[in-house]
Design a protein around this ligand. Structure first.
Ligand code: PXP
Length: 235
């Protein structure tokens, strides 16, 4: 299993003072040097954390897999086609949310999403759809031509250690199997931490985990290098 580290929170901290510390680029370098397989950033419409310069600097100066999380907007499509990241993860986005709440509703907008991702696929960008672990979302994702999905692990993460854990885990497990029967590669992420991540091993052929909050939080106490290495050991 591969690890993509989401470094959005480094940008949140930097933006708190409106200056340049801590450096998002340096954080990306440390994660890659610690063994992470890629860097994930969410360029939000309101630029509340990661900014355009951050993603271009990482893409142009760091030899790593860059995964751009982005909403279904013309502006983001244009940026992605200029940036040409290794992959784009298409996410829903609401202005008022604290973080991405729920998966992308591919089922209700399958033609719109199919048309939206077509130019990205034409440019050789890997496109992943961030979806809830539901059969109808997986079938719709297959319809769009996306070869990757990222299963939203938020409900599993919140249920971890409670009576609902197994139900939420089974949704992920079954969804991964269904997607793989369509030839879709399955990633997962959201809310994963040092306590709940181990069960991702039980899901067959999971390709990559995208983890941000828990790693950046741990980094405050142990340093980013150690936080990434500890997570890598667990996954
Ligand atoms: N994957 C996606 C698509 C996300 O939107 C996020 C949060 O930005 C993550 C993974 C990482 O979630 P967390 O910060 O909870 O690890």
């Amino acid at each position: 299993m591969l690890l993509g580290v989401n470094i959005d929170h480094v940008a949140t901290l930097r933006n708190a003072r409106g200056e340049n510390d801590p450096s998002v680029f340096e954080a990306a370098q440390i994660c890659i040097n610690a063994g992470a397989n890629g860097i994930t950033t969410h360029l939000r419409e309101d630029r509340r954390h990661i900014k355009d310069d951050d993603v271009f600097k990482i893409k142009n100066n760091l030899d790593c897999k860059l995964n751009l999380e982005m909403a279904v907007t013309d502006e983001m499509q244009e940026i992605a086609l200029k940036l040409l990241p290794h992959s784009c993860c298409i996410v829903p986005e609401k202005r008022q949310e604290v973080t991405t709440e729920g998966g992308l509703d591919v089922y209700s907008k399958k033609d719109k999403i199919k048309n939206f991702i077509a130019p990205l696929l034409d440019k050789g960008i890997e496109v992943s759809l961030f979806i809830d672990p539901e059969e109808k979302q997986i079938e719709a994702s297959n319809y769009t031509g996306a070869k990757f999905i990222e299963l939203h692990t938020g409900s599993y993460s919140r249920a971890f250690g409670s009576v609902n854990e197994e139900v939420e885990f089974q949704k992920l497990y079954n969804s991964a199997i269904l997607a793989q029967t369509y030839g879709i590669t399955v990633n997962a992420g959201h809310g994963l931490n040092y306590k709940n991540v181990h069960r991702m091993h039980e899901i067959k052929n999971l390709h990559e985990l995208n983890i941000g909050h828990s790693i950046i939080s741990r980094a405050i106490f142990t340093g980013l290098d150690n936080a990434v290495k500890e997570m890598l050991k667990l996954i």
